[in-house]
Write a protein that binds this ligand. Structure first.
Ligand SMILES: [Zn+2]
Length: 120
């Protein structure tokens, strides 16, 4: 088994793979953030769209084919647990493209809709 792209140290099947397959839901905003990062790394656009808040969800998504995601760091989280209906996750996502390595830094907001975390 391969390690999960999100860097949790667990296998893909025991980590984000369960969420991508729909056999488990993200319990926290951070878990959803990690699974979305892994979906970017694996090119799973259907999962990315499914977990996007309807208010901001794009009609379609084209992933830049030349960018490879090489690592995720969670910097800070607030809210986003089973006891919250919203939360934020600050992260640094590392990538490599034809111009070399880079980092995307972002603080993302997550909201729960009927129990399921969504990215906004
Ligand atoms: Zn994972």
């Amino acid at each position: 088994m391969h390690d999960c792209p999100c860097g949790s140290g667990r296998t893909y099947g025991a980590c984000c793979g369960r969420l991508h397959a729909g056999t488990a839901g993200a319990e926290t905003a951070e878990a959803l953030m990690r699974s979305r990062y892994s979906a970017f790394a694996l090119g799973d656009t259907a999962y990315l769209l499914r977990t996007w808040h309807p208010d901001t969800r794009p009609a379609r998504l084209d992933l830049a084919g030349e960018r490879r995601w090489t690592g995720l760091e969670i910097v800070e989280t607030s809210g986003g647990t089973a006891f919250h209906s919203s939360g934020t996750v600050a992260f640094r996502a590392h990538y490599r493209d034809p111009e070399g390595p880079g980092v995307q830094e972002e603080t993302s907001e997550f909201l729960r809709i009927e129990g399921a975390w969504h990215y906004r």
